[in-house]
Ligand binder design. Structure first.
Ligand SMILES: [Zn+2]
Length: 329
């Protein structure tokens, strides 16, 4: 096989390499043994004789054309394998999202098991399935980026959702959708369908689910505002007969409703942040009202249950939709 029109990759062309991988019009000259040791798929590929290069200096090289992969992603994966994957495997080092995404996608496709596991560990840490570990505020992760093992980019949630659907990684889906509803605009979602310059393009079904789940979360957010106003604690308020009560005449439930109403006026229920805390304890304190212990416990329990219910509705409705999509094709 001739290599006309193929550009040699600058860092991934080893003079004594014995296999040439071609993605798009880029050639990567690397070592068979390393690929076969790490990947079941390449191990099987090398069992079958591959066409060799006809060029004089490359006659020992088998040629494997990787037709569906971008050269950019292949370069990322080969750099992990051949040019020191130390930072990729070092847990204290943050890596770029593109690196994690390529390692997850191609690690799954070619069964680079160790690479896939590490990429999934990193992405899962930022898109947790467990509600208690989910970044609740839109700005959480950028504030707290040192805790996230991938460098944070707002638009990455779109790619995470797409990858989760394509690779049947349902655990990533609720957090990815929550972020798609809060961190990116509808325009950005639509661009992710249309743009062919991107590595990850949303399918129409994926776009529909992003838009629908955003609508669901907006409605959940309004709903919890209503529920807060109608809340009737089934515990006696410890302040009810205190001297404080005699002078202020505000019980904890009433104070809570004032806090929620004030949060509403500030627009806290306008968007899709249906999981953000709403106990309003900071605001309550500035109003000189500390909830009594029984009321505070009641509020906390109620909000925790509410958030769990919202989260599980999000999980149940969208996590397993992959099968539905396959069935509709
Ligand atoms: Zn009370």
């Amino acid at each position: 096989m001739a290599l006309e029109g193929i550009t040699r990759h600058p860092n991934l062309w080893f003079e004594d390499g014995n296999v040439i991988l071609i993605a798009e019009d880029i050639g990567f000259r690397v070592y068979r043994g390393v690929l076969a040791r790490q990947s079941e798929v390449f191990r099987d590929t090398f069992q079958i004789p591959q066409p060799a290069a006809v060029e004089n200096d490359l006659q020992d090289c088998a040629i494997v054309r990787l037709s569906d992969d971008s050269a950019e992603e292949i370069a990322i994966v080969l750099n992990i394998l051949y040019n020191g994957g130390h930072s990729f495997y070092r847990t204290t080092v943050q890596i770029s999202f593109d690196t994690a995404a390529a390692a997850l996608r191609l690690g799954s496709k070619y069964r680079f098991e160790e690479m896939r596991r590490e990429a999934l560990r990193r992405i899962s840490a930022c898109y947790a399935e467990d509600l208690t570990k989910v970044h609740i505020h839109a700005e959480d992760s950028s504030d707290d980026s040192s805790k996230c093992p991938i460098l944070w980019g707002k638009e990455d949630c779109i790619a995470v959702f797409h990858l989760a659907r394509q690779l049947s990684l349902g655990g990533l889906i609720p957090a990815a959708l929550y972020r798609c509803a809060n961190d990116v605009s509808i325009d950005q979602l639509f661009q992710a369908v249309a743009s062919h310059s991107r590595l990850y393009i949303l399918s129409l079904q994926e776009l529909r689910d992003c838009v629908q789940s955003r609508a669901d979360l907006i409605s959940e957010n309004i709903q919890r505002y209503r529920m807060a106003l109608e809340m009737k604690p089934d515990v006696p308020c410890a302040l009810a007969n205190s001297s404080w009560w005699q002078t202020s005449n505000i019980s904890c439930p009433q104070a809570m409703k004032n806090v929620v109403a004030s949060a509403y006026r500030k627009g806290r229920f306008d968007g899709a942040l249906a999981l953000s805390p709403m106990d309003g304890s900071q605001e309550a304190n500035t109003k000189c009202h500390s909830y009594c212990a029984p009321c505070e416990e009641y509020f906390n329990t109620t909000y925790t249950q509410q958030r769990k219910a919202i989260w599980s509705r999000l999980c149940n409705k969208y996590r397993d939709a992959h099968e539905t999509e396959q069935a509709n094709l």
